[in-house]
Design a protein around this ligand. Structure first.
Ligand SMILES: [Zn+2]
Ligand SMILES: [Zn+2]
Length: 247
């Protein structure tokens, strides 16, 4: 029997969150990558920048936009796109504000746009203030390739935690100027040792298991996974030990 993912409001996304949290980190010899947990629910916001052109992608700016802007400024980065892995409030709370400051397009999968526009319901569920909701400038589709600077990422539609959840995959040659291991930004689809809860709006256990098995588990074992909350892991590690992925 599968263990249950979290089902209480306080356990917003998963039953078991690792205690160690990522800290800001850069890989200037490859590409710039900075992950910081933001907001009350400590959503991992990631900045991926090209060290030459200084163009950057920002994933899940859920909150603390001033802190994100300060990091962008410190690294002399210009935001080319703002990507939402899914439209849960802790991942999208800062989308509109970051767009206003940078002018960069906001991107998400069309199946999560209703969730984004229904922010009142999510805010009431958590008992917190409703963040600004802006326009979605570009709808993401499975197979899209996002390019900025010399970097490229593939969009994978991985529904289950929410209908429009996406993961971003940077293959080993994503940074053409320099080699790096493959990287996956998994949103709340896959965590270290757990998976996202599926009892929220439009969630589906069948779908998330299918997304994991038919898409994420097809990636190479050495793929570094950056989940939407908690510590990093690898596809190989999760294939071996994640209780949701055992038959
Ligand atoms: Zn979520
Ligand atoms: Zn989350």
């Amino acid at each position: 029997m599968l263990p249950r993912s979290g089902d209480r409001a306080g356990e917003w996304y998963t039953a078991r969150m690792p205690e160690v949290r990522p800290s800001p980190e850069t890989h200037p010899d490859r590409y710039i990558q900075i992950t910081i947990p933001v907001g009350m629910l400590q959503c991992n916001c990631t900045i991926i920048g090209d060290p030459v052109t200084r163009e950057a992608l920002v994933i899940d700016p859920g909150d603390e936009i001033n802190r994100i802007l300060e990091l962008l400024g410190r690294h002399h980065l210009k935001v080319k796109a703002i990507v939402s892995t899914h439209a849960h409030i802790d991942h999208v709370g800062g989308l509109s504000k970051l767009h206003q400051y940078t002018g960069a397009p906001v991107m998400m999968h069309r199946d999560d746009v209703p969730l984004y526009q229904g922010m009142d319901i999510q805010a009431a569920f958590l008992g917190i203030a409703r963040p600004d909701v802006g326009e979605v400038d570009q709808l993401l589709t499975d197979g899209d390739v996002l390019q900025w600077g010399s970097l490229a990422a593939q969009v994978m539609h991985t529904p289950g935690h929410s209908p429009g959840s996406v993961s971003l995959y940077l293959p080993p040659d994503a940074g053409k100027i320099c080699k790096a291991p493959p990287q996956l930004y998994a949103g709340d689809t896959l965590f270290a040792g757990s998976i996202g809860r599926t009892d929220l709006w439009g969630g589906s256990m069948d779908q998330i298991l299918d997304s994991l098995k038919s898409k994420l588990m097809q990636l190479p074992d050495d793929t570094i996974v950056h989940p939407g909350h908690g510590i990093r892991t690898t596809i190989g590690e999760e294939r071996q030990s994640n209780p949701f992925l055992k038959r």
